[in-house]
Design a protein around this ligand. Sequence first.
Ligand SMILES: CC(C)(COP(=O)(O)OP(=O)(O)OC[C@H]1O[C@@H](n2cnc3c(N)ncnc32)[C@H](O)[C@@H]1OP(=O)(O)O)[C@@H](O)C(=O)NCCC(=O)NCCS
Length: 202
Amino acid sequence: MANLLNICPSDLINRRSVSLDRFGVINPPKSLKTERLRLRKAKLSDAEAIFCQYAQDAEVTKYVSWSAHKDIEETREYVRMCLLAWDVGKAFHWVIERNEDKQAIGMIIARVAGEKWELGYVLARVYWGRGYMTEALKALIAWALKQKDIYRIWAVCDVDNIASARVMEKAGMLREGTLRRWSVHPNISPEPRDSYCYSIVK
Ligand SMILES: CC(C)(COP(=O)(O)OP(=O)(O)OC[C@H]1O[C@@H](n2cnc3c(N)ncnc32)[C@H](O)[C@@H]1OP(=O)(O)O)[C@@H](O)C(=O)NCCC(=O)NCCS
C-alpha cells in the first residue's frame, strides 16, 4: 500500500515528528468548519458513503487520476491508504460533510511537498453547482496560507474540466499555464492529457 503513495521508509521513520509542532512540522486540523460544511479527517467507516456517493460514478470520476471503484472493498483500501498517508504526513484527506444533515458528500485532499501543497477534490454529482467545492477550497486555502511554512498551494485539472477550473478561479487561484501531457485520466484514456495548472501563493 505504501508504494501506491510513493511513501519511502524514511517517511515512516519520521512519522513521530508529524504531530510535533515544536519542530515546526505542519499539523493540519482534523476538522475545519465553513458556513455549510465541515471538512474532517476521513475514517474507515466513510468508505460506504464514498463508494455509494461518488467513487463508482463514471461521470464524477471522468477527469480524475484514478479508475472508478468497482466495489466497496476497493474504496476501503483507498481509505486505509488515506489514513496511512495522514499518519506519515504525506497527504491529508478530509471528507466534506454537510452541516445540515452530516452527509459525506465529497473529499478534499492536500498532498504535501515541503512548502508546496497540491490540492485535489471530488464531489458527489447530486451536489454539484451549489458552490460547495468553492466553499471547501476557500476554507482550506485560507487555513493553509496562514501556516508559516506553506507558501504555495496548487492544483491541476484536465483542460476539459471546466467546472474544476472555474472552482479554482472562484477560490482565488491563478492559472499559471498548461502542463502538456501532464496527467493520465484513466477513465478517459490511458494516454497522459494536458492539464491547466493553478496556484495561489503568499
Ligand atoms: C469540479 C467539482 C468539484 C465542482 O464542484 P461544485 O461544488 O459543483 O463547484 P461550484 O458549485 O463551487 O462551482 C462550479 C462552477 O463551475 C461552473 N460550471 C460547471 N460546469 C460547467 C460547464 N460545463 N461549463 C461552464 N461552467 C461550468 C458552474 O457554473 C460554477 O461556476 P459559477 O459559480 O461561476 O456559475 C465537481 O464538479 C466534481 O466533483 N467534479 C468531478 C470530480 C473532479 O473533476 N474533480 C476535480 C479534479 S481536478
